[in-house]
Write a protein that binds this ligand. Sequence first.
Ligand code: SAH
Ligand code: DHB
Ligand code: MG
Length: 238
Amino acid sequence: MTAERVDVTALQQREQTRREIEAAITRVFAPEDEGLRQALAAGKEAGLPAIQISPIQGKFLQLLATTCQAHKILEIGSLAGYSGIWLARSLPANGRLITLEIDAKHAEVVRRSFVQAGVSDRAEVLVGPALDLLPQLVNEGPFDLIFIDADKAPYPRYLEWALKLSRPGSIIVADNCIRGGRALQEGQTQDEGLNGLITYNQLVSRNPRLVSLALAIDDNNTDGFTIAVVRPEGEDAQ
Ligand code: SAH
Ligand code: DHB
Ligand code: MG
């Protein structure tokens, strides 16, 4: 037996352990109920890609929403409503989630998912390109939590809007901000989407108004959220 083979076995073992830990945390802290499972099934049925966040990410969004006592949440990029259901369920009865979706077919699935999950009283989907819809939300803000998870190239512009629509203490979360480490590299690349993520991480990490961190929290621990909290007025980082 070669040293190389031993290493492969050790790596497979480590990966299996990682998966078992992920499954155990999900089972104990983030189990899916019927509403969440129906949203996944409805997305699959309608032929949407299965690129929603993981249950652990959903529970983490709830934890963040609770931390900032969220009454108003904004999501950019709804897909089939999976993350929207996690978010809406963190709201009090008089709370409100607005989610933005460019694709009318996706939005129809989202509306049905919200009804099935029992959150349609507090969760609403607006259809259109997010950059067209965001200016219409100025009078709806400030939002306590903003979750960015749509097309990647305009992430820096979504950040500008998130800052405009937030208050001190608001939490801005953006998905897919690690990309196996590629979204944390220094220079720009040939990939517009990746460039959007790289710039987003630079803008957030260097903004003195924000306290921020990227966390590899997806189901492979290779992608995840960049989280940013808006500091109190006049308390910029030195
Ligand atoms: N947040 C979802 C996954 C979103 S996938 C979840 O975790 O459950 C990204 C979604 O963003 C897709 O539904 C896509 O149609 C939508 N999208 C892409 N570009 C957009 C744009 N410019 N404005 C609004 N939505 C957009
Ligand atoms: C893609 C987009 C996402 O928002 C995601 O969570 C995973 C993948 C994509 O466009 O490939
Ligand atoms: Mg995503």
